[in-house]
Write a protein that binds this ligand. Structure first.
Ligand code: ADP
Ligand code: MG
Length: 348
């Protein structure tokens, strides 16, 4: 479906080195901390006394993405974003990535170019240098591995384990959209597979489709928090859903929490389309995942510094461990928060 209109240049014609040269010739280095990028046995970085942050992800075709509805350029972009998100979740600055590829024989050069164009666009938009990678044939399917590298002053780094009783729990952006977008894409894929003549109907649903296909890591939040002089006590990015992430913070910190359903930010389109699919929008926010928003805790004394800021919502507070992790529903019922809370509401 993806390469129908493009030329098919066999990668074997280029060879491994030819391919690497071809893909990386557009790479520009802009970060001060990059001493040496692609072209030697290792990149050389210099963080001048700051701590180095490193995070890596592996993405496998058929497990993490489905090329029947994910355009390759978006996939390259997203592969980078999900990695940068981990650096921002440490309250750090992302500055470099490595981008590694396993390519099965079904991928022509043009497909790899698309993937790479997406990755490079993400690098440009987020001020990150591509400093290396590895390229190999794959027996089956596409394999992508991205490592993100960043830095922070050791006093600025925020871990998951620093939440304190009474801290307010904040989240950036809105939740559940990526999951509902995925449901929409899956539905259109099924329709397409049944009848390839029917065009996908995603009209007017750009926001949630983009939430799924083209997430934006919250670099801006890290900058915003710094600009108002706030260091969260704990922080994590929302890759697996709000429920799972708040449990990570609470477990690491040895605390409990209370979240309020009516405070969870959910976009109207997310809400409406979830309902259309017979899904509870709150459950989508709690368990959907892939929103790549930041979830963080801040002392109450800092409330005024954060409360006026756009695109941040307070959704609850940290309690003691014995109180457990609870969600107060809109009808004031108390539900325990579980990592796979699909049934917590008695809904599918
Ligand atoms: P080695 O044999 O040491 O693994 P390679 O020939 O694989 O070296 O890589 C040569 C250079 O090209 C290195 O700087 C490496 O980081 C870079 N490189 C290889 N594959 C990629 C890729 N997919 N994206 C970016 N850089 C790459
Ligand atoms: Mg190599």
């Amino acid at each position: 479906m993806m390469f129908d209109n493009s030329e098919h240049t066999n990668i074997d014609q280029l060879g491994e080195f030819g391919l690497i040269d071809h893909l990386t010739k557009a790479v520009e280095l802009t970060e001060k901390s990059t001493t040496k990028g692609i072209g030697d046995d290792a990149a050389v970085l210099d963080f001048s006394g700051d701590k180095t942050l490193v995070s890596t992800d592996l993405l496998l075709e058929g497990i993490h993405f489905d090329l029947r509805y994910v355009p390759l350029k978006h996939l390259g972009y997203k592969a980078v974003q999900v990695n940068l998100s981990d650096i921002y979740a440490m309250n750090g600055v992302a500055s470099q990535i490595t981008f590694s590829l396993g390519l099965s024989s079904k991928f022509p050069l043009e497909a790899v170019e698309e993937l790479y164009a997406g990755a490079l666009l993400a690098c440009r938009n987020y001020h990150v240098d591509l400093v290396g990678g590895d390229t190999s044939a794959s027996a089956q399917g596409l394999v992508i591995s991205v490592t993100s590298i960043g830095y922070a002053n050791e006093h600025d780094i925020v871990y998951r384990d620093g939440a304190e009783e009474g801290n307010l729990i904040w989240v950036s952006g809105d939740l559940g959209g990526a999951y509902v977008g995925l449901q929409l894409l899956e539905r259109e894929k099924r329709i397409f597979l049944d009848n390839p003549d029917i065009k996908p109907d995603l009209e007017g649903k750009d926001y949630i489709v983009e939430r799924q296909l083209k997430p934006e890591a919250r670099r801006d939040m890290v900058l915003l928090l710094a600009s108002v002089g706030i260091k969260p006590t704990a922080m994590i990015d929302i890759s697996d859903g709000l429920a799972s992430e708040i449990l990570h913070i609470c477990h690491a910190s040895g605390k409990g929490c209370r979240l309020y359903e009516d405070k969870i930010p959910i976009d109207q389109m997310t809400y409406d389309v979830a309902r259309e699919f017979g899904l509870d929008p709150t459950v989508c926010a709690l368990n959907g995942g892939e929103d790549y928003e930041l979830l963080f805790t801040i002392g109450q004394e800092d409330y005024d510094k954060v409360s006026g800021q756009a695109d941040i919502s307070v959704i609850g507070h940290i309690t003691d461990k014995a109180s457990g992790c609870e969600l107060i529903s809109k009808s004031a019922k108390v539900h325990p928060i579980t990592a796979q809370g699909w049934n917590a509401f008695g809904l599918k």
